[in-house]
Structures are given as C-alpha cells and as structure tokens.
Design a protein around this ligand. Structure first.
Ligand code: HT7
Ligand code: ZN
Length: 873
C-alpha cells in the first residue's frame, strides 16, 4: 500500500449532502441500496468512490442506469468517469456477506446479531462511498430484517417509522439523523437483544430516552453503565456546557469487537466487557473502566461527532481531547490524586515505550500506511497530556474560553489541529506556536535539573535543561514548551516561600521551560529546599532530578503533592531494582537497602492518607517498568530475579505488618463499587501481595483463604492473581475452581485465560498452546485472544522472552494465523515486539528472527505488514 501523507491533503471533489440507505438484511447476502445526493466541488472531475470487498449489483444516476462503459468497478473502487456537472442523485446497490466478515469491520455478525464498525474505513465495506471524515452528510436509514431473528432494528438519530411488511415474516424501521456526519460515525444494529431503559432530562429541560441493549439475561448487569451514562451527561453540561442533542441515546453491547467501544452518533456500540458488570463478574478496575469508556464515548458526541476530524492525521483532535475529558470526569467522580497516578502509570507503561522504540510517531502523525495502526497510546494518552498542558499554560478560565470558542466556531465541521489551537490563541491572546511542537515532534523529552542553595544570600538557583531523543524520521528537534509545576520543600516538609524568581519562566507554581537550558534564581528562600518538580506530572517528560535517596525518601514522606510522593517511591524502587538487576546478572550479593522498605510500611499504615493512594504506593514497579527504565541490554530473567529478591526482603521485613494491615482493611462489608470501598480493597490486596515474597506457607495460606472466602470478583481475582503471578503450586487448584465457577461466563473466563498466561514458569508456554484449543478459547473473538495471547506476550516478561526463543516462535505463528481472519487484532498483538531492540543480544537476535519470519510471509494484511516493517526498521 502506498503511504498517505498529511502534506498531500486535498479537499474532496464532491460533496454528499444526504445519504439514504436501505438494508435488506440476510446473514450471507445482505443488499444495501444507497442513494447519495452528490454535489460537485470540482465539476467534471471523475468520481472515485472507496470500496472494500463489496459486490456491485446496480448503479444509476438520476434514476437511470448508466452503461458499464461509463464506470469501472472493482471490489476496492468504483470510478464514474464523467459524472454530471450539476448536483445529481447516485444510486448504488451492493451485496455484502456479514457472516463471512471475520475482520469485524463494516457489517458483521456477533452472536447472531448484526452490527457495524465503520471507523476508520469500515463504511466502504458496506457500500461504495467517499469514505473520508471531511465528507459530512445527513443520513436516513431503513433496515429490513426477519422479525423473529431481529426484533430490534437500530441506526443513528431518531426513529421516524417502522412496522411489519405485509405478507412476509419481515419488518422494518427507519431512522433519521439530522446532524451531518462522516461515514465513520454511521451505525446499524439488528438482532434479538434485551433492553434496559431509563431517561435523562437535559439542562434545557429536554427529555432524552436512554436505551442499553445487551444479550438477553444480562440486563441486570447494565445498571452501572446506565448510571455512569447519566453522570457523564450531567458532567458534560456542568464542566463544558455541552448538552445532548437527539431524542434518544443508545448503547449496544456486543461480544465480538476489535476495540473498546465506538462513538457512532446516538448509537454507541460497545465491547460488552465495557458495559456488563455485577460484583461477581467485575472487579473494581472493571467498574472504573466501564465508567471511563461510557463517559469517553458519550463525550465524543461533541468532541468527535458534532466537530470531527478533517482527515485521519487529525485523530488526536478528537481522541486526545476526549481522553482528557474522560480523565477529568473520573477525577471529579473519584479521587483526583489517585486517578492522576493511575493515568500516569498507563502513560508510562504504554506510551513511553512506544515513544522510545521503532513505532514512535508524533501525536499528529504526518504519514501512515494503515490508519488502523494509529489508534495508539501516543495519539490517545500523550494526546490527552498535550491538552492537560494546554490547560496548565492557559489557566482554567483561558482553557474554558478556548473550548467555548472552538465549539461555537466549528460546530458541524471537520477541522484540524490548527483550527483547534487557533480557538485557544484567539480566546486568550496567547502565542501557541512553540506549544504546537508537541503535535509534530515525537519522542519523550528528557529534562535534567540541578539546584544550588546559597545560605548567605538566601537564594536557590535551579538549572533546567531539555533535550528530545531522535525518533524514526526525526533526527533533530527544537526545544518545547514544558510546563513544570513545582514546589520548594523546606526542612519541615512544608513548601518554602520565595520573594521573587528571576531568569524567566515562573508563573505561580509553574516554571515555563521553553529554552534548551534555563536557570531560575529564587530569592528569599529561608532554608535549603528539596525541589519537588513536575508535580502532578505536569508534562509527559522524563526528569532526572539528581536527588539523593535521602531526599527522595524525604519527599515520599512529606511532599504536599501526592503525585510526587508516589513518584518518589517509584523512583527509589526503580533505582534499587536496576542496581539489583545488575547484581543478579553479575552473580553478586544483594545490595538492597531496608530504608525504603521501612518507609513503605510507614506510608501504608498512615491512616490519615487515602487507602487508594496507599495502595498505589504499595504497588511496586513491575518487570516491564524496570525493563523500560533500564532501556538497553535488557535481561528479563535478571529483572525477575531482582524483583524476587526485593519481594523477599519486603516480606521478611514488613510482611507481618502488611498482613495485619490487609486483615484490618480487607473487610469492607457488602460490596459496593464506589471509589472509597474500592480503595480499601485495593489497599488490602496490595498489602497482601507483598506478604508472599518468601513463599512462606502461612503467607500463601492467607491468600488461599482470601480466595476461598471472597464474596466479590475484586478480592477473588486479586488473591488468584497473587497465586498465579508467583507461580505457587496452590494456583493450580484455585485456577480450576475459578474456571469452573465461570464456565458459562465468557468475561469471567477471560480473566482465567489471562492468569493462566502470566504464570512465570517454563511450563506456561505449553499451557498457553494447549489452551488455544480449549472450548473456552475462540480464534474469532478478540477478547479471548487479548486475554490469552495478549496476556502472555504483554504480561509475562520471562516466558514470552524465553532465552530459547520458543515464546517468540509460538507468538509469531499465532499472529500469522490470526492475520488471515482479523488483521486489526493481529497487528495490535504484534505491537508486543515494540521494545525488541532494547533486549540483550541473544534474545534480540531471536526476536528479530521471529519478526523476519513474519515479514517474509507474502500474504500479510496491510495492517500486519505495516507494523512488522516499522518494528524491524
Ligand atoms: N473512536 C473509536 C475507535 C475505534 C476503532 C478504530 C479502528 C477500528 C475499530 C475501532 N473501534 C473503535 C473508539 C474511541 O476511541 O472512542
Ligand atoms: Zn475515542
């Protein structure tokens, strides 16, 4: 496939004002009649419509069939050579096969129900179309199907007609969406589904019907999603002044879905894992995930649907902004400080490695071969960080004024990052030209800080430097605008005042680092401070503060910024574990220092702190975190060995105290998913996880007892996960019990598959291979694949990276096989190799061999071809 470049963007030659679609649904031969009101922007230009695996049945212009010499049709394209120069109606009839659609793009069947996925380029798998986001049309959709097989018929907008088709067993419904939209937001659903109904009164007093559709029998599990939806709708009114605009808002939960969910106008389609919850099946993390995804898709109604992207290079315009909005929502609904830590954990785990490896790309990419591969952590999560920095730079009011202007100016349009930033620049009078580099320069900026206190002058000077490492296609970079939120922590733990800050760049508690190097001199500083920098993780950068372990322990105990307390604990742990990894590799004795472990217990037992925060402190860096920080010549076995040593020391030194803490906080009473109860469970389970490092029978026994007595999925899974991730013998019986309990529940079985895959033992590879033929597994369901194969490659560092390369070989075979059915899911899995270049030489060679074997296949999809090529480059 030829790469698409941002610099080649051209406005479309034709506009489509209205689209009238008529679906006659049948599993293997669905007919789609599309009537398009076409208007030439470039009269006389050939009309080139996109297609993908569609069969043309008939074509007419202004109700007259056109001769076959007037057009050329392939399954990928329909070209009308000389269309009318005036507006005209184009009617196209196509035939598609939903049952054979294993790519889950376009119209497909999930558990016998019809559903669609059109972002990014799925609509062209339904009919020939100008399938690009800058072609906005008003859609009317008629769906006709067997009444018995599909009593529910849904599409975007409001339902305007429906009924039985006399003399047949079929019925129909007609939906009209008055808001112009691009084809990627089209959706249709038909099937036999259960319904949960509610309603919402908007801020202007309009009543909106809320419908959630799911498999029959699962209705009770939709209550939390419905509640999250209503809270999201209210929050968008209060926080952004955005009201819902149709008479009905619908969510459909399906079990076969390539991603999390999709924001189709008025008809969101969800992976059922982000809708269905009850205490027996969902963990606290699942509840939080549901809240996030429900909010995210709902917020797209304004940031994505009402204002959309001009082209796919602008994807972060809707995704980064909408992630920022959902993060803010969850922060308001839960604990802001803890939510920030959780979001930064995700950023560090997903985006930092992407930015540091061969798949690095700017938040707004400038070239792509396969757009499906750009739904990345960089576009989503770093994209959200960019918005957060924009807010830090403009202030609360400036940010809101910019957002208001953006909505006012661009409602109903398909726009660019330039349009977005212009709204903020115009609303606030600020020059955002340097800030814009965040959208074009890939790579994680590296900041160093060095401070010096002058007791005689009572000054503290802080020298900051920034640099950005080279990334594919970008060797040199310019300095960025990095907002560094800070405090100068005095000896008693409180922030010190200062009388002035010279050297430029300080506004309130933010240093605006805009040069490659900047020195700020603070005057009137009464005592030597410990600088607390990048509070709240005010910018997505790596920072080397050069602080001693003593200073970091001081920040861990005292910093007024909860985020930086957590960050200090992680930094100390990482530094300790890096040193210990080197010791393991060289066969040296343990170098672990107990001071950190004592501080951990102290914070964990501090009842004046939120339990959820203490739980975060107790979650020590995982093997992948350590590998990321080491960055080169990575030996996963040595890392695992070092972590084991630390866990053993933790258990022997503070295990008893943590077991008591777990006992004291673990019994929360009847299960409720609220943030406070979840926080107490998280603390108890995190404490429990740190008691087993010596594999003492008594400690393991406590975990088994917790597994057996748990009355909710959170505690049950936490205990099982401790047994599995430590490879304890006791896991075998517990996994069996768990599997048995959830034998009829695919979402429960996903958790089981995942835990089987993360056991850090040599036998796991064979176990995973065997499970690919287990009846609970399915090669057609992305959730099952992500649980078992994604769990193995993404969360089992030692076994995926086995020194004999067998983990890579199995994985490569799996990806090659999956690629034939579901290229998108195959390509996403393959991203597990993104850090292969950082491995030690032996594993690196084996990983490269596996990647080259994939690349050598001549039947790869464009999705997998793109990932393997860039990963190897
Ligand atoms: N905007 C949605 C992205 C999405 C998607 C993209 C490609 C292929 C399948 C997909 N399903 C959903 C989801 C979101 O970010 O809200
Ligand atoms: Zn989104």
């Amino acid at each position: 496939t030829t790469p698409v470049r941002l610099s080649d963007y051209r406005a479309p030659d034709y506009a489509i004002d209205t689209v009238s679609l008529d679906f006659s649904l049948a599993p293997t031969a669905t007919q789609v009649t599309a009537q398009l009101a076409m208007r030439p922007n470039t009269p006389g230009a050939p009309l080139v419509l996109d297609g993908d695996e569609v069969k043309l049945i008939a074509i007419s212009i202004n109700e007259e069939y056109i001769p076959s010499s007037a057009y050329e049709a392939t399954p990928q394209q329909l070209t009308i050579k000389a269309p009318p120069r005036e507006p005209f109606t184009l009617e196209i009839v196509t035939e598609i096969n939903p049952k054979a659609n294993t790519k889950l793009m376009g119209l497909y069947l999930s558990n016998g129900n019809y559903c669609t996925q059109c972002e990014a380029e799925g609509f062209r798998r339904i009919t020939y179309f100008l399938d690009r986001p800058d072609v906005l049309a008003v859609y009317t959709t008629r769906i006709e199907a067997s009444k018995a097989a599909a009593p529910v018929l849904l599409s975007n907008g409001n339902r305007i007609d429906g009924g039985d088709i006399p003399g047949t067993t079929r019925h129909f419904a007609v939906w009209h969406d008055p808001f112009p939209k691009p084809s990627y937001l089209f959706a249709a659903v038909a099937g036999d589904l259960g319904l949960v109904e509610d309603s919402f009164t908007t801020m202007s007093g309009r009543e909106v019907a809320l419908h959630i559709y799911c498999e029959h029998g699962k209705e009770a599990r939709c209550a939390y999603a419905m509640d999250a939806l209503k809270r999201s709708m209210r929050w968008d009114e209060t926080a952004f002044g955005r009201e819902y605009d149709l008479d009905i808002f619908m969510i459909v939960a399906v079990s076969d879905f390539n991603m999390g969910a999709m924001e189709n106008k008025g008809l969101n389609v969800f992976n059922d894992k982000y809708v269905l919850a009850d205490p027996d099946i969902a963990t606290d993390a699942d509840y939080a995930g549901i809240e996030t995804v429900i909010a995210h898709e709902y917020f797209h109604n304004w940031t994505g649907d009402r204002i959309t992207c001009r082209d796919w290079f602008q994807l972060c315009l809707k995704e980064g902004l909408t992630v920022f909005r959902d993060q803010e929502f969850s922060s308001d609904e839960r604990s802001r400080g803890v939510k920030r830590i959780a979001d930064v954990r995700t950023l560090l785990a997903r985006q930092f490695p992407e930015d540091a490896g061969p798949l690095a790309h700017p938040v707004r990419p400038e070239v792509y071969s396969e757009i499906n591969n750009f739904y990345t952590a960089t576009v989503y999560d770093k994209g959200a960080e960019v918005i957060r920095m924009l807010k830090a730079i403009l202030g609360e009011d400036g940010f809101r004024a910019g957002m208001d202007l953006y909505f006012e100016r661009h409602d109903g349009q398909a726009v660019t990052i330039e349009d977005f930033l212009a709204s903020f620049a115009d609303a606030t009078g600020k020059d955002l030209s340097q800030f814009k580099l965040w959208y074009s320069q890939a790579g994680t900026p590296e900041v160093t800080a060095e401070g010096r206190y002058d007791a005689r002058r009572q000054t503290y000077s802080l020298s900051l430097k920034q640099s950005i490492p080279p990334t594919p296609g970008q060797q040199t970079k310019s300095p960025m605008h990095i907002p560094v939120r800070f405090g100068l922590v005095g000896p008693n733990g409180a922030d010190l005042a200062f009388t002035s800050a010279t050297g430029g760049g300080v506004e309130d508690d933010v240093i605006h680092l805009t040069e490659a190097a900047q020195t700020i001199v603070f005057e009137g500083v009464s005592a030597p401070p410990v600088p607390s920098l990048l509070r709240g993780f005010s910018a997505p950068v790596k920072i080397a503060t050069g602080l001693s372990q003593t200073d970091q322990l001081f920040l861990l105990r005292t910093d007024a910024d909860a985020f930086n307390r957590w960050r200090a604990s992680q930094q100390i742990a990482i530094q300790t574990l890096i040193a210990e990894t080197a010791a393991v590799r060289s066969g040296a004795q343990s170098k672990l220092d107990p001071a950190f472990v004592d501080a951990l217990a102290e914070v964990a037992e501090d009842d004046s702190l939120e339990p959820a925060f203490r739980a975060q402190i107790l979650q020590l860096p995982g093997e992948a975190d350590i590998a990321r920080e080491i960055g080169h010549d990575v030996d996963p076995a040595a890392i695992a060995g070092a972590r084991k040593r630390l866990m053993a020391m933790v258990a022997s030194r503070i295990g008893k105290r943590l077991a008591e803490l777990a006992e004291r906080t673990g019994n929360v009473g009847d299960y409720s998913p609220d943030a406070a109860s979840a926080g107490r469970r998280a603390l108890a389970n995190a404490a429990l996880a740190l008691t087993v490092g010596q594999a003492a029978p008594e400690a393991i026994g406590r975990v088994v007892a917790r597994f057996e007595s748990a009355d909710n999925m959170t505690d049950r899974l936490a205990a099982l996960s401790i047994l599995a991730s430590n490879g304890f013998e006791e896991r075998i019986a517990a996994l069996e019990t768990f599997q048995d309990r959830y034998r009829d529940d695919p979402l429960g079985l996903d958790k089981w598959l995942m835990l089987e895959a993360v056991v850090p033992l040599e036998t796991t590879l064979d176990r995973v291979k065997a499970l690919t033929t287990h009846p609970a597994f399915s090669l057609t369901n992305p959730n099952r694949i992500r649980a078992l194969i994604g769990g193995f490659a993404g969360s089992n560092q030692t076994q995926f990276n086995r020194p004999d390369g067998a983990g890579y070989d199995f994985f490569a075979d799996f990806v090659l096989d999956l690629d034939k059915r579901n290229p998108q899911t195959a390509a996403r899995l393959l991203v597990s190799f993104r850090s292969w270049k950082a491995l030690e030489a032996g594993r690196r060679a084996l990983a490269e061999k596996a990647l080259r074997r994939i690349a050598a296949s001549d039947s790869l999809s464009s999705d997998t071809r793109d990932i393997v090529t860039r990963t190897l480059a």
